[in-house]
Design a protein around this ligand. Structure first.
Ligand code: FAD
Length: 483
């Protein structure tokens, strides 16, 4: 009797690529094994995590590209839709048993529900061998700690420890696994999973080839000027790779290695654009390590506990004005329109609009965090929560609560001629440069009727109100905690 062929399953999650994928490479290490790829769509769970329609569409597009790449390698992709993560894990186990699979390979995810799903799966797996890998980050969570063996709560010492560890870690990217048998044909009549297709901005072309090309071009042509250009939203100064990193079409090792190949001195030159870009990749790691060390962040609780006692403003009108880019502060409104239209927003602008929502409108940062997730093509719990808590001064290594961005000054500094503003707010096209950040002043003095709102808050007064609300929150927390 012929021996049964070994069967390996590779469960793809947020790692939609064939290059530099630890779980896939391991599943394919035995050339005799039959390899089957799995993907589970979980629409209800995604909805409860506020995943945007854009990200789901982009994920689907990239899954189709992955299916093609796998087919070239002779690996079929089986896609299943389940309501929740637990049901998805149950389906994977049932499928494994149906196929008499010997082993299941996957790359770990670090958010709380995803971790619970995998723990549950491991407990139920019995004879099925589970091979789990840390693949989504340059260094696995928990491996960068201070002298007490604890996670850092401040970024700069984390970065120092991180970079010293990075240089002694093998971060080489893995190549595409060998072809196993004939290329497979794909029947493309049906979507891989049902979803309401959203529009994706043309700059985000699906597939790892597009992502790699964008990475190469950025590291070769633009990273040198990153330090100079990264804060200017009208300049194409950043990589715009976040949508690919968010769903793993690209790995951080690929980013690091390409950066290093094009800029070998990056780690030794802290003033270079290359080092500055690496620094941003390390922020990404920092926020993910934090999620694992402090799971309450996954539950949207503030890191700084006394900030729970701040009395937020619940005005739906203010929140709607912010969401719709109708606050009367041009830099805020232009940024929100960029988000609403493309699902992506420049980092400087994310900081400005987040600060405006929390510290000018005094609206709970969690509302902004949720709204962002529902719009972003690159939404990730770690970076989004980290960015919001940083801006709201409620998080680890947050900006101090009494530091409040002035939205007009921010606009003047980072979009001096209003190039970005005019692109997204055509109604301000004719406003002279001098008034582009305060168009109502120009309109009033010239008796012009602008189709644009006057500021919904007075920044000076809003700042004072916010300082008072934060101070009161701190006082209340002290009162409640004193015996
Ligand atoms: P680049 O400047 O080219 O940076 C390269 C990569 O580094 C990015 O693609 C991203 O993966 C990572 N990165 C850069 N800056 C940060 C940062 N501050 N924190 C963590 N990672 C970073 N980033 C997300 O990927 N998803 C989010 O949901 C998200 N939400 C945010 C919310 C707020 C309020 C703020 C202030 C920031 C948020 N960021 C988020 C971080 C940052 O704004 C984006 O990563 C960046 O704008 C993406 O553009 P890029 O790819 O051109 O970045």
């Amino acid at each position: 009797m012929a021996a049964k062929q070994v069967c390996h399953l590779i469960w793809f999650r947020n790692d939609l690529r064939v290059t530099d994928n630890k779980a896939l490479s391991s599943a394919c290490a035995d050339p005799q094994a039959k390899v089957i790829a799995l993907f589970t769509a979980t629409p209800q769970q995604w909805q409860s995590h506020d995943v945007s329609a854009r990200q789901i569409t982009f994920l689907h597009q990239n899954l189709v590209a992955l299916q093609h790449s796998l087919a070239q390698l002779g690996i079929p992709l089986v896609c299943h839709t389940s309501a929740s993560f637990t049901e998805a894990a149950q389906w994977v186990l049932d499928y494994a048993s149906e196929q008499q699979a010997d082993a299941l390979f996957f790359n770990r995810q670090y958010e709380i529900n995803e971790k619970q799903r995998d723990e549950w799966l491991v407990k139920q797996s019995h004879a099925l061998h589970i091979h789990a890998f840390d693949d989504a980050l340059l260094l696995a969570p928990g491996t960068v700690s201070n002298q007490k063996g604890e996670m850092y709560q401040v970024y700069t010492p984390f970065r120092r420890a991180f970079t010293s560890q990075l240089v002694v870690t093998d971060c080489r990217s893995l190549t595409v696994p060998e072809k196993r048998g004939k290329a497979l044909e794909i029947n493309e009549t049906q979507p891989l999973f049902a979803h309401a297709a959203a529009d994706i901005s043309p700059q985000f072309v699906a597939g790892e080839q597009a992502a790699l090309q964008q990475l190469r071009q950025f590291c070769r042509e633009r990273v040198q000027n990153y330090q100079r250009d990264r804060d200017i939203p009208s300049v194409n100064g950043t990589s715009q790779l976040s949508p690919y990193l968010a769903i793993g079409v690209l790995s951080p090792r690929q980013c690091f290695n390409r950066l290093h190949a094009e800029n070998p001195q990056a780690l030794d030159s802290p003033d270079s654009g290359a080092f500055t870009w690496l620094n941003e990749l390390i922020w990404r790691e920092f926020y993910s390590h934090l999620l694992v060390a402090f799971p309450r962040l996954c539950r949207h609780q503030p890191f700084i506990e006394w900030t729970q006692h701040i009395q937020w403003n619940n005005s739906p009108d203010d929140f709607n004005a912010w969401k719709n880019g109708q606050t009367g502060y041009p830099i805020v409104d232009a940024a929100m329109r960029q988000l609403n239209e493309t699902g992506w927003m420049h980092n400087r602008l994310r900081m400005i609009v987040a600060s405006f929502l929390v510290k000018d409108l005094l609206i709970d940062w969690r509302k902004g965090e949720k709204y962002f997730m529902g719009q972003l093509i690159d939404g990730t719990l770690a970076a989004n929560n980290g960015g919001w808590q940083w801006s709201a001064s409620t998080g680890v290594d947050a900006s101090p609560w009494f530091r409040i961005f002035n939205p007009t000054t921010q606009g003047t500094k980072f979009d001096p001629q209003g190039t970005f503003i005019r692109h997204w707010l055509p109604e301000l096209m004719s406003v002279p440069d001098k008034y582009i950040h305060t168009p109502h002043e120009w309109a009033d003095s010239n008796h012009i009727q602008l189709n644009y709102p006057t500021p919904i808050v007075d920044h000076k007064q809003a700042r004072l109100n916010t300082l008072e609300a934060f101070e009161a929150g701190k006082r209340n927390s002290l009162k409640l905690s004193s015996p």
